[in-house]
Design a protein around this ligand. Sequence first.
Ligand code: A3D
Length: 320
Amino acid sequence: MARAKIALIGAGQIGGTLAHLAALKELGDVVLFDIAEGVPQGKALDIAEAAPVDGYDATMSGANDYADIAGADVCIVTAGVARKPGMSRDDLLGINLKVMKSVGEGIAKHAPNAFVICITNPLDAMVWALREFSGLPKEKVCGMAGILDSARFRHFLADEFKVSIKDVTAFVLGGHGDTMVPLTRYSTVAGIPLPDMVKMGWTTQEKLDAIVQRTRDGGAEIVGLLKTGSAFYAPAASAIEMAEAYLKDQKRVLPCAANVEGAYGLDGMYVGVPTVIGAGGIEKVIEIDMNKDEKAMFDKSVDAVKGLVEACQGIDSSLA
Ligand code: A3D
């Protein structure tokens, strides 16, 4: 069987890391696309030259023409600009919306059967716009954020409890922004919910609240340290998990920004929810039970995403 083709739209910090991870996992042949001339070609050659050392079979190429992504099975979109210190994700909206238009049209023309994973911020609004511009089926277009936010939560929890990250599961819902909703009741250490960990004396409520807040601020913490851009290793690893779930029909249960129609009282909007990812793309949106406080946090997050979508509609009349 022919190898899968993975198109990475945007060959910046995340794009280059995605290419290397896809190669290391032998997920398929990779095409790096960017508007910057030489950058995708240079990164592709560099990663191809690592293959004899790492021992992976995957071809790497760089492109500045959308024709080169023709027939891609998966497209991962990071094109656009990233945050600098002092910027919120929402500050990127105007610039990145224009980028989503050209990317959406490029994918629609050359890779209409692809599973598309958007990473560009502000995530929930950009994945919605990308779906609108591309016209691809809603179950084939989704956004990566929940896996990253949950991974940050898991890292902080494992560190606090001094246990393996393998035994910590975490659940973060809602939009990828300051209003994201880390759900402690659904996050566990080997199946023990976090509120029980507090009762058992493994941590205090104050410490747990601080970890929840650090998770919400996780992206800004890295931007503040790097100063020149935003996180890229963990975001790339998270998107690769989604691509692998699709390519290998793993039916993984993963949180991601999916089109939610009916569940959670929503009528067709993109927001972070638990999903099942398999060969059909987003095969299922899982609706979990939330208590009053959790629902209030989720609704606030949904409202923030709706505000961003309306801002997109105000900028580009074709989206209204
Ligand atoms: P960066 O290293 O700047 O790479 C972006 C690349 O996009 C650059 O190489 C640009 O040349 C390229 N580009 C710009 N415009 C276009 C265009 N029209 N067509 C094709 N390529 C274009 O950024 P990065 O890789 O660090 O981050 C990429 C995006 O991911 C940013 O919007 C970040 O805010 C976002 N991000 C999201 C998360 C989430 O969890 C959702 C996490 C981290 C970063």
